[in-house]
Design a binder for this molecule. Sequence first.
Ligand code: FMN
Length: 218
Amino acid sequence: MNCLETFKQRKSIRAFTKQVPPRQLILECLEAASWAPNPTSQQPWHFIVLSGNSLRKAAELIKESYSDAADKTAPQLTENSENSRNLEQRKKENFSEMLGFLKKHNADMASLGEGNFNFHRAPLAIIFATYPYKDQNYFKSTVSAMQTFMLAATAHGLGTCWANAVSVCQDAIKKELGLQDELILVDGISVGYPDLDAPINNVSRHRLSIEQVVSWLE
Ligand SMILES: Cc1cc2nc3c(=O)[nH]c(=O)nc-3n(C[C@H](O)[C@H](O)[C@H](O)COP(=O)(O)O)c2cc1C
């Protein structure tokens, strides 16, 4: 697949088949991720693949701890700026379009909501972790590795979805899975083979025109 096509073909997959991707394929995608840019090639990341019991355990923990943890980490809006109003407005529009589409296709809304806690029932999930550092460069490069991983996975016919609940519930997850306390869990990515017919995987996607998001300064 041409890599420019892959960029647009990657989309958030929220329904998976039960087929477990082979370990070698996941390692190949993670190896691709490790070529992401990072400060002085320190490769300040650690990739934790969850399958079977560890995946179930993480999902249970997220379900239990999400609401308390989210209250603690909720972002504080400092100003009611035009930018934040525009962003909120786009969120509302996208969300209501998605809900309309899913209702029309009789999707099971409750289980879709649960998906944010159970990795959308994917057969695998990967936690992308980094280390504390005086600036955010370790964090930034790990996000870059996440995107590279998702593109590699797409090129191999796998589906992925970002899982924000991992960073929100990271204290509980680190404790339960016996991960080093020092790690920062940037987030998780659910991985598996996409259920191509599921309505949730066929929601329309939009992007702003490129002119709306570019300022070209001379
Ligand atoms: C930081 C971040 C957090 C996200 N968290 C979640 C999440 O918890 N659950 C989910 O289903 N999708 C999550 N997403 C996926 C976005 O909803 C998705 O990327 C967006 O709607 C655009 O759709 P697309 O990925 O199909 O282009 C997250 C994406 C990012 C970048």
